[in-house]
Design a protein around this ligand. Structure first.
Ligand SMILES: Cc1ncc(COP(=O)(O)O)c(C=O)c1O
Length: 412
């Protein structure tokens, strides 16, 4: 009944030619299939489940959140309080607006940037993913492999106003912008990337984007839909020490409920109606239930500062032991770990720096490995563009079980 059998193609297993994994239930760090088999889950719903599947602070007492109504179609006190809390962590978000998904947030940020600069050109990066609105799909990472944009419903007019550069390559940025600097509205980037596997920005790359935006009168837009709260409460911008003009957040902030936000400089966000002439809005924008869930997520992180160190320690152990397993077998793959993210690809050499590196990984080997891990009770993301996400629910026993499965899968 569902088109293509799913609501999001990555779930279909299309990237590896595998049947779709259909969970029946989930608990903590585990998902269970139709037959009740248990799998240690590293997909974590593609990012939102920082606390695992069923943290009691997010799955109990939910009637409290709807006691006064589920959706109001009106601005409410908790929504304003949430905006203030977010600004406390991300001071660059001087003004923000809530939406429902990361796609909507990124699309809205681009519109705001174009309206503010009165320009059209957006520069983005191959292998970054910003959702499924038209320009974001060009050479996108994650599961959005629409190599032939013309056959994918993206009008020519949209493609004219997008430039797709190589991540970590300022020369490619400069080459694409030559003679077009005056038309650049925004550079849209995942400041730390997790949609072509994990790719860290090289020293100076993000600073270089900031400098070019300033020089050309364009806006720098950080897509922190994965990184905010995954990499701490101050996100990638806190870690890199670079302030964007606009930021997009989502995923973890809803604790499983759909809520996202975009925001940034007060003067820039002033283009939005009713102050300015740019429209964004939605029936579920600032939905009270989702806002309540987001407060619970921030409450949890504030009362459990140890969560981040706990996840990092487990992820570090997982990454180090995978390195040992590779070394014992003479396998030349780089393992990367950043806080609760662990990743490796079947490509010899240094960690990935851009989408060309990511695409060079051995797809057949990945598919075989995915299958061998599934047989051993570990659920990995099917696409090589994704990473392993740990959660606060993962334990040292889960890590040990995973390492045994990896060693056996590689031998097999
Ligand atoms: C960095 C990034 N931006 C935007 C999105 C789109 O978010 P959503 O799936 O909520 O539309 C995603 C989703 O994976 C993402 O990883």
């Amino acid at each position: 009944m569902l088109a293509g059998g799913c609501d999001s193609p990555v779930r279909s297993g299309w990237s590896i030619g595998e049947p779709m994994f259909v969970p029946r239930t989930a608990h903590g760090a585990y998902v269970f299939d139709e037959r009740g088999r248990r799998f240690v889950d590293y997909v974590m719903a593609y990012g939102p489940l920082l606390f695992g599947h069923t943290h009691s602070a997010l799955t109990t007492g939910l009637d409290e959140l709807v006691r006064d109504g589920f959706v109001w179609g009106a601005t409410h006190v908790e929504e304003v309080r949430l905006a203030e809390r977010i600004r406390g962590y991300l001071p660059s978000m001087q003004r923000l607006r809530f939406v429902t998904t990361g796609s909507e947030a990124a699309m809205s940020a681009v519109r705001v940037a174009r309206a503010f600069t009165k320009r059209d050109l957006v520069l983005k990066f191959a292998g970054n993913y910003h959702g499924h609105f038209d320009l974001a799909l060009l050479d996108a990472g994650a599961s959005a492999q629409t190599s032939d944009a013309r056959r994918s419903g993206i009008p020519d007019g949209v493609m004219r106003d997008v430039a797709v550069a190589r991540y970590n390559d300022l020369d490619s940025v400069d080459a694409l912008l030559r003679d077009r600097e005056g038309t650049l509205a925004a550079i849209l980037v995942e400041p730390i990337c997790a949609n072509m596997g994990y790719v860290a920005p090289l020293p100076g790359f993000i600073e270089g984007l900031r400098e070019r935006c300033d020089r050309f009168g364009a806006l720098l837009v950080f897509d922190e839909v994965i990184t905010w709260l995954r990499l701490g409460v101050c996100g990638a911008q806190g870690r890199l020490g670079v302030a964007p003009d606009l930021t997009v957040v989502g995923k973890i902030m809803g604790g499983g409920a759909p809520i996202a936000a975009f925001g940034g400089r007060e003067d820039v966000m002033a283009v939005l109606a009713p102050d300015g002439g740019v429209f964004t809005g939605g029936t579920h924008a600032g939905n009270p239930f989702c806002v309540g869930m987001a407060h619970r997520v921030l409450d949890l992180l504030e009362t459990h500062p140890e969560y981040y160190t706990q996840m990092s320690a487990l992820a570090k152990r997982l990454a180090e032991d995978i390195r040992t397993i590779f070394a014992e077998r003479g396998l030349p793959y780089a393992v990367v770990q950043h806080e609760s993210i662990v990743d490796f690809k079947f490509r010899a050499g240094e960690p990935n720096r851009n989408y060309d590196d990511a695409r060079a990984a051995d797809k057949g080997l990945h598919a075989t490995y995915y299958r061998a891990m599934l047989e051993r009770g570990v659920l990995l993301p099917p696409s090589q563009n994704e990473v392993m996400f740990l959660s606060t629910a993962h334990t040292i026993e889960d890590i040990d079980e995973t390492l045994t499965a990896i060693a056996q899968a590689l031998s097999a």
